[in-house]
Structures are given as structure tokens and as C-alpha cells.
Write a protein that binds this ligand. Structure first.
Ligand SMILES: Nc1nc2c(ncn2[C@@H]2O[C@H](COP(=O)(O)OP(=O)(O)O)[C@@H](O)[C@H]2O)c(=O)[nH]1
Ligand SMILES: [Mg+2]
Length: 266
């Protein structure tokens, strides 16, 4: 894959308009293990579009337990002219073991639009239609238009099979509903010292290529759907290379999501 290290995508995404009049905003769902960088990815997107380092989604400390417990919805300001035409739902992290981390059935309910925003996940019992937070009649805007799996480059090799199996279950459910999918591989700086030193070496790095291959094999997704990023996590100012990778991933997500709602409009 080749990439132009210049910020052209930002304005394209700012001007992005949706094709289906029934949908006001594309809904993106993030899922993945705890500590994968889900909340950081949301902060990174916000940082790019606000032009300054922001922390809207709370990020856990390096060795914390899952910080995000609610089905948080994030929207992104677009200058003074309102909001960007997409929202991102953050979820509680996946963990191995029954009753640990988010229940995969809740991820599937979220895909179908049955979980209302701000629902507090309960790892020991999934949401059912008896709860008030259950949306019985979701419309197209409530449904998820792209499922994004987040995996950390430095931990992919040691990720528990059980966690991968949970992610596959969600991916298969999404595939059955024709919901498009993208994988974001975070923490590339932790995955390769060379890339940490120089982010532009990312597409030449053998280590990163091997990690992308590993993601592809373990999750069963094609390599061209896997986007490596480095999130804003300790930076104090904006960085062009980080922005380019974040925007390339986001552009793919938005195209897939837009194509999906467009197909449903026909
Ligand atoms: N070095 C590095 N650290 C990251 C990156 N993305 C996230 N982190 C760190 O990884 C930890 C977990 O991130 P968080 O966003 O809370 O993960 P979540 O549980 O999936 O929401 C935090 O300490 C982040 O600062 C990255 O690209 N590079
Ligand atoms: Mg989080």
C-alpha cells in the first residue's frame, strides 16, 4: 500500500455528504479487547478534526481494567458549521471468560440497533427486550453501518483465542447482515521500534507486515481491510504522519458505511 504523506483527506471528510436521505449520520461501532486503543482511536479522530490534542473518550491507563462501561456515542465538531456526518459508538472491552467484559450478544444487539445510546453494559447478563434501554423498533439510523475491530499491534500474538473467537462471532453476525467491516491495528509504535522512530517506514516494516498478516489470519479478514495507526496518546501537538494514517483508516470506514446505507436506499 502506498500513502501520500500530505493532509488531503481531512477536507474531503469535512465535506463528505451522505447519499441516503433517511440517514442523517453514519454509525460506526468499535469493538475489541480491553486496552486495544478503542477510546484512543476516538480521541485521535477528534484531535485531527479539532486541530489540537483532545481527550473526549476516557482512555485507560496502560494496565487498567476496562474503563469504558457505557455504550458511549461520540460526535465530532466540524468547525463552527455543526458536526461531521458520522458518529462512533465505543463499547466495553472484550475479555476471555464467561461474564467477563462485554457480552458478545450485546455487540450483536448493537449492530442491529437494539441498544440505546448510554446503556451501561452488564457483563453477566446481556440486554433483552424487557429492559427500557432496549430499542424495540430500530430505524436505519439506529443500526450500525460499519463494524470496526480494534487490535493492538504489540499484543496480537499473545491475544487469547477466546477473545479472538468472540470477535469472530461479532464479525460473522455483521457479515450475515452485510454490514461492512474494517480492522484498525493500533499501537504500531509499540509493535516496531523502527516505526516508532519514523512512522513513514510503516509500509516498509517487515515487523508491521507480519503483524498485519497475523491479524488477517487470526481474525479471518483480508489484509487490505486492515489499517495500521498510531493513536494520539502522549503527544502534545499534532503530527502529520499520524494524521495521515488515522484519516486513511477513517476514509475507508466512511466509504464502506456510506455504500452500505446507499445500497439500502435502492
Ligand atoms: N504507544 C501507544 N499507546 C497507545 C496507542 N493507542 C492507545 N494507546 C494506549 O493504550 C492504552 C489503552 O488505550 P484505550 O484507548 O484506553 O483502550 P480501550 O480499552 O480499547 O479503550 C492507553 O494507555 C493508551 O494510551 C498507540 O497507538 N500507541
Ligand atoms: Mg475504552
Amino acid at each position: 500500500r502506498s500513502i501520500a504523506w500530505e493532509n488531503k483527506l481531512e477536507s474531503q471528510i469535512r465535506d463528505f455528504s451522505l447519499q441516503n436521505p433517511d440517514v442523517s449520520r453514519l454509525r460506526i461501532l468499535l469493538h475489541g479487547p480491553i486496552g486495544a486503543g478503542k477510546s484512543s482511536f476516538i480521541n485521535s479522530i477528534n484531535t485531527v478534526f479539532q486541530g489540537r490534542v483532545t481527550t473526549s473518550a476516557l482512555v485507560a491507563s496502560e494496565f487498567g481494567v476496562s474503563f469504558t462501561k457505557k455504550y458511549n456515542v461520540h460526535k465530532f465538531r466540524n468547525g463552527s458549521s455543526g458536526f461531521l456526518p458520522f458518529i462512533i459508538n465505543d463499547t466495553m472491552g472484550l475479555e476471555k471468560g464467561k461474564g467477563q467484559g462485554v457480552d458478545i450478544r450485546d455487540i450483536i444487539s448493537a449492530l442491529t440497533g437494539h441498544i440505546k445510546d448510554n446503556y451501561k453494559f452488564n457483563p453477566v447478563s446481556p440486554l433483552t427486550d424487557e429492559h427500557s434501554e432496549y430499542n424495540k423498533n430500530p430505524n436505519l439510523s439506529d443500526k450500525v453501518h460499519c463494524l470496526v475491530s480494534i487490535l493492538p499491534a504489540d499484543k496480537i500474538s499473545v491475544m487469547d483465542d477466546e477473545v479472538i473467537a468472540k470477535m469472530k462471532t461479532a464479525r460473522e453476525a455483521a457479515s450475515d447482515m452485510d454490514i461492512p467491516q474494517v480492522v484498525i491495528m493500533t499501537r504500531v509504535d509499540k509493535g516496531s521500534p523502527q516505526v516508532k522512530e519514523n512512522l513513514r517506514s510503516i509500509y516498509f516494516s517487515k515487523k508491521i507486515k507480519a503483524k498485519i498478516e497475523e491479524c488477517s489470519i487470526r481474525l479471518g479478514v483480508p489484509m487490505n481491510c486492515i489499517f495500521p495507526v498510531k493513536n494520539y496518546h502522549e503527544e502534545e501537538s499534532l503530527n502529520l504522519e499520524m494524521d495521515c494514517l488515522i484519516l486513511a483508516a477513517l476514509r475507508q470506514i466512511l466509504h464502506f458505511a456510506n455504500d452500505y446505507v446507499d445500497r439500502l436506499a435502492e
